[in-house]
Design a binder for this molecule. Structure first.
Ligand SMILES: [Zn+2]
Ligand SMILES: [Zn+2]
Length: 354
């Protein structure tokens, strides 16, 4: 493989524009802009991203518009799919992709899907027809897994909290090892209110070159189960009262519950013992893009899955377009003394990883 690129196949949350409304970030003139958050990790034989010269492609999440976006571009079946979590806006496209694979192989092969077990269990219940056409590979929290279908690419799932129904929701750390065994890394947080990481996981993650992070809102609203850019209230300059009162009620068991499974799994138990040891005060877990970067300052940060709905509803702060969000978030991050380069990429954005 000569080069490895990350392409953004879609950047939207579940319902980017409510029917009958409009949204400054999501233009009706840009249908791909309405596609749900999804990424292609594309390895090429050529120095540029020539869609005729693809050696391998891994897909991270497949929601609305993912399959049709692929058909209108490289029009090939990705070697495998990796899921961050089981919500519909990240999974509704699996059926189209896996059926394409099954037809190609005349139903003799199943399509490889990598996910945590609680995530797969939920997907399997949501789409029972998938059981016959998917070959499930379990991702265990904190344990690196080789992607069998491609060369030299590994993925580690780390638990995040994305609400009580975010079953097995995980941040994915992708690693490519070149011929000299040097590692190049990228992070996809998926939807996330907060990461559930041990200290050593932050050190691993900090070595990534790029992070695609949930930015549903500018300001904290934990009931949304999503992340924000900052935890500071724009009016008072103090910590958000919505976050403050939510933290009062927070317990370790609430954070861990969506990840625990039957039967008892000692590897997951060990992971969460380590998490608890390193996070004695769970109020100190990062609850925003800015707090995350303070624990792991990754050079390039890309904001995904924007809505802004709760900013307007709860803080009376306007919903921004993408240029406004990029410039506002960059200022906040710079003011916090951080150097990560913030951007708000459009669908089709390419990041060259190698
Ligand atoms: Zn989502
Ligand atoms: Zn979600």
């Amino acid at each position: 493989m000569k080069r490895l690129f990350i392409r953004l196949n879609g950047r939207a949350n579940a319902w980017p524009v409510f029917l009958g409304n409009s949204h400054p970030f999501y233009s009706p003139d840009d249908p791909d802009g309405l596609g749900n958050a999804s990424y292609s990790i594309i390895g090429t034989k050529s120095a540029d991203l020539n869609l005729q010269q693809i050696e391998c492609e891994l897909l991270v999440d497949a929601g609305n518009n993912t399959a049709s976006y692929i058909i209108r571009h490289e029009n090939r079946i990705p070697e495998a799919l990796i899921l961050t979590h089981p919500h519909l806006d990240h999974t509704v496209g699996i059926d189209w992709i896996a059926e394409s694979f099954s037809h190609r192989h005349e139903f003799r092969k199943k399509y490889p899907l990598y996910a945590t077990l609680p995530c797969w269990e939920f997907v399997r219940q949501s789409f029972p027809q998938l059981k016959k056409i998917i070959e499930f590979h379990e991702l265990i929290p904190g344990i690196q897994c080789k992607i069998d279908e491609v060369n030299d690419i590994y993925v580690t799932a780390f638990p995040v909290f994305h609400g009580d129904s975010g079953f097995g929701a995980s941040l994915l750390l992708l690693e490519y090892r070149n011929q000299d065994k040097n590692a190049v890394r990228a992070v996809f947080t998926g939807d996330m209110l907060c990461p559930l990481l041990r200290d050593r996981d932050f050190r691993e993650i900090a070595q990534a070159r790029v992070m695609y992070i949930d930015c549903n809102n500018r300001f904290s609203y934990p009931e949304s189960n999503h992340g924000s850019v900052t935890t500071i209230d724009p009016k008072t300059g103090a910590k958000s009262k919505y976050l403050g009162s939510w933290l009062e009620e927070l317990s370790f068991s609430k954070l861990a519950a969506p990840h625990l499974q039957q039967p008892f799994n000692s590897e997951i138990h060990n992971y969460f013992s380590g998490f608890l040891k390193d996070n004695k005060d769970i109020k100190k877990i990062p609850f925003s893009v800015s707090e995350f970067l303070k624990k792991a300052e990754i050079p390039h940060t890309r904001l995904i899955h924007y809505s802004g709905y709760e900013d307007e509803k709860c803080y009376n702060e306007k919903v921004l377009d993408d240029k406004e969000l990029e410039s506002w978030a960059s200022q906040i991050i710079t003011r916090e003394g951080l150097n990560s380069r913030i951007s708000v990429p459009r669908t089709g954005d390419i990041f060259r990883l190698v």
